[in-house]
Design a protein around this ligand. Structure first.
Ligand SMILES: *Cc1c(COP(=O)(O)O)cnc(C)c1O
Length: 599
């Protein structure tokens, strides 16, 4: 696979100097370019957007991930919505410069060599964030070990633990080999938590780990920051102690046990990260609060996620902003000044995005959509708690609304994890409903292979972005932020970021809490019929709303603001934060009790 030349980082004339970088950002997945399959979804997008903002704002960062030579997967959907998966192989050798370092780790009782490839994230002023992608496909390694950095979220728990060992221990070893001595190590999710054990080994200067004291652990904590990303219990990796000892060996395993990182007698990556970090945060205000209840022995802060505006704003809006809002690319606070732009010009930009989305779908599938008809978008990882089918809960009512308001179009997209048979069933369910309901008034279509490109097309092209998670499982959600930056309001359950982003009838609409799914679906239909459709029928009111979305939500829910908060509150806090009870955000306290079935 080859990269478009504009994205070919090796062509960059300057080689970034990692030795000067102060913040090391570790993430199992990072969405680096549309052409590289090194991400699966929201976590990787957030990581990529964070680094793109770091590059634009000249932050002193370096990042570590794995190369994922066979990617996550390409989704194919049959006529009835049966998902099959295909690998997305790519060759780092012919795509990226080598880091020219090979480091050696001991795991599974044997040596493993790890090399790395460098991807340069280049900011608007030319500042570069080097990203090192670790790769175990090195001659001399055990053949099984050579495949360890092939599949993102592939394999069993043993494979996963080996990958997380390469990420954490290998990442720190590589940074040392490169002469990089960061002030701060940021674990983006628990996958990277073993980096703390590598730092503990450093701290001991050759003394055995068994001699580590509380002061040594404190010295490691001073260097580490941890972001937790999900209140879904199954989202927190844990491993049996036998696996832990098998992969990490006696000394590291015993150090993990001794430092109090086990949970329910399992090795738990979240608890390792908690134990070894001086700052822990959730990814939206409510998620911080829910995480605080899950981990009462630790102090949990909140830094609400964002998206990288330069990545997600459509080309049409970029052109408008470049002429009317100078400096928006380096300082996203200027988004506020779209209030100085005629709403009709904003509506015109959005309309171009809608036409581009529909022409792409027509080219790919032969399905034609009407640009004059209200169009809803729903795209996300298929998991039961996301409730893709809430929108289809009462088909008769949905059809009646579509007939009454002059037509309705709904676009779906999303991948189920290859091992998630329940998730795959949900895709077939949407297909079955669509087959029954498609009529002249209502058109429902599931677009194949939700990825970066399709995510951009959808969030730039639909009229309303819909999100229907079961509370409080949506930690943040970021696709609705991409939509907002493109003047697209959300219709969503008040969960994750939407608790902070929803100004009713101004930036979108809240689906009211109900006793059960039927009640929540009824609220969704009420808003659609009585609030959304009438406003859509009034172009001036609608364009004002598009303007509010960009001015109010675009100026806040971006990674420039998020990263500034990481620098000011987490990496280099000006004053120690004091933990106060997080204020109520319209919600009573939501304890996480149920354990939804998902991968
Ligand atoms: C933005 C994005 C996500 C994350 O969005 P959520 O709102 O968290 O679901 C996932 N996948 C792709 C392809 C994206 O672009």
């Amino acid at each position: 696979m080859s990269l478009p030349s504009a994205l070919t980082p090796s062509k960059s004339s300057v080689t970034p100097d990692p030795t000067t970088r102060a913040i090391a950002y570790f993430s199992m997945e990072i969405a680096l370019s549309q052409a590289l399959p090194t991400y699966s979804g929201g976590l990787g997008m957030l990581a990529g957007d964070t680094l793109r903002s770091a590059a634009d704002t000249s932050a002193s960062m370096v990042a570590i991930s794995l190369v994922h030579r066979r990617g996550y997967f390409r989704q194919k959907l049959s006529d009835i919505g049966q998902q099959t998966e295909a690998d997305v192989p790519w060759s780092p050798e012919t795509t990226l410069p080598s880091a020219n370092k090979v480091i050696s780790l001991t795991m599974q009782g044997r040596q493993i060599l790890v090399c790395a490839w460098r991807f340069d994230v280049i900011g608007v002023t030319g500042h570069i964030i080097p990203v090192y992608l670790l790769d175990t496909d090195v001659e001399g390694n055990d053949p099984w070990d050579r495949r360890l950095t092939d599949h993102l979220y592939g394999g069993d728990t043993y494979y996963r633990l080996c990958q997380e060992t390469v990420l954490g221990l290998g990442g720190v070893a590589l940074l040392h080999a490169l002469g990089c001595k960061p002030d701060v190590y940021h674990m983006n999710e628990g996958h990277a938590a073993l980096l703390a054990l590598a730092l503990l080994e450093d701290q001991l200067h050759g003394k055995p780990l068994s001699e580590a004291t509380e002061a040594d652990i404190e010295a490691v904590r001073k260097q580490c920051v941890f972001t937790t990303h999900t209140p879904v219990p199954a989202g927190h990796d844990q491993f049996g102690l036998d696996q832990m000892y098998q992969v990490l060996g006696h000394d590291l395993g015993a150090a993990i046990e001794r430092s109090g990182c086990l949970h329910n007698n399992l090795m738990n990556m979240t608890y390792i990260a908690l134990r070894f970090s001086r700052f822990v945060n959730g990814v939206a205000m409510q998620h911080g609060k829910v995480s605080q209840q899950m981990f009462p022995d630790y102090t949990v802060y909140s830094i609400t996620n964002g998206v990288h505006a330069g990545t997600w704003v459509s080309a049409y809006f970029q052109e408008l902003l470049d002429s009317e809002v100078p400096h928006w690319r380096t300082d996203n606070q200027y988004f506020r000044s779209v209030y100085g732009i005629e709403p009709a010009r904003i509506a015109a930009c959005h309309n171009k995005g809608k036409l581009r989305l529909f022409s792409t779908i027509a080219k790919r599938s032969g399905h034609h959509f009407n640009p004059n008809v209200l169009t809803l978008g729903f795209a996300r990882r298929v998991a039961t708690y996301k409730r893709a089918s809430l929108l289809l809960h009462d088909p008769a009512r949905l059809v009646a609304i579509a007939e009454k308001i002059g037509g309705l179009q709904i676009l779906y997209a999303g991948k189920a994890h290859p091992a998630d048979n329940a998730g795959k069933g949900l895709i077939r369910d949407v297909y079955a409903s669509a087959a029954k309901l498609n009529s002249s008034a209502l058109k429902i279509y599931y677009v194949e292979n939700y990825d970066w490109e399709l995510g951009a097309l959808l969030t730039q092209g639909v009229d309303v972005w819909v999100n229907t998670p079961r509370r409080p499982y949506e930690a943040s959600g970021t696709s609705g932020m991409k939509a907002a930056l493109n003047g697209v309001p959300s219709l969503s359950i008040l969960d994750g970021w939407w608790i902070e982003g929803c100004a009713e009838n101004t930036t979108g609409w809240a689906i009211e809490d109900g006793e059960d799914e039927a009640a929540e679906a009824a609220s969704l239909y009420d808003k659609l019929e009585n609030s959304i459709a009438p406003m859509y029928a009034n172009p001036h009111a609608w364009s004002r709303m598009q303007q509010h979305c960009i001015a109010i939500n675009g100026s806040f829910f971006n990674t420039h603001r998020m990263l500034a908060q990481y620098f000011g509150n987490a990496y280099y806090p000006a004053a120690p934060l004091t933990i106060e009870p997080i204020t109520e955000h319209r919600r009573s306290t939501d304890a996480v009790t149920a354990q939804p079935a998902l991968v």
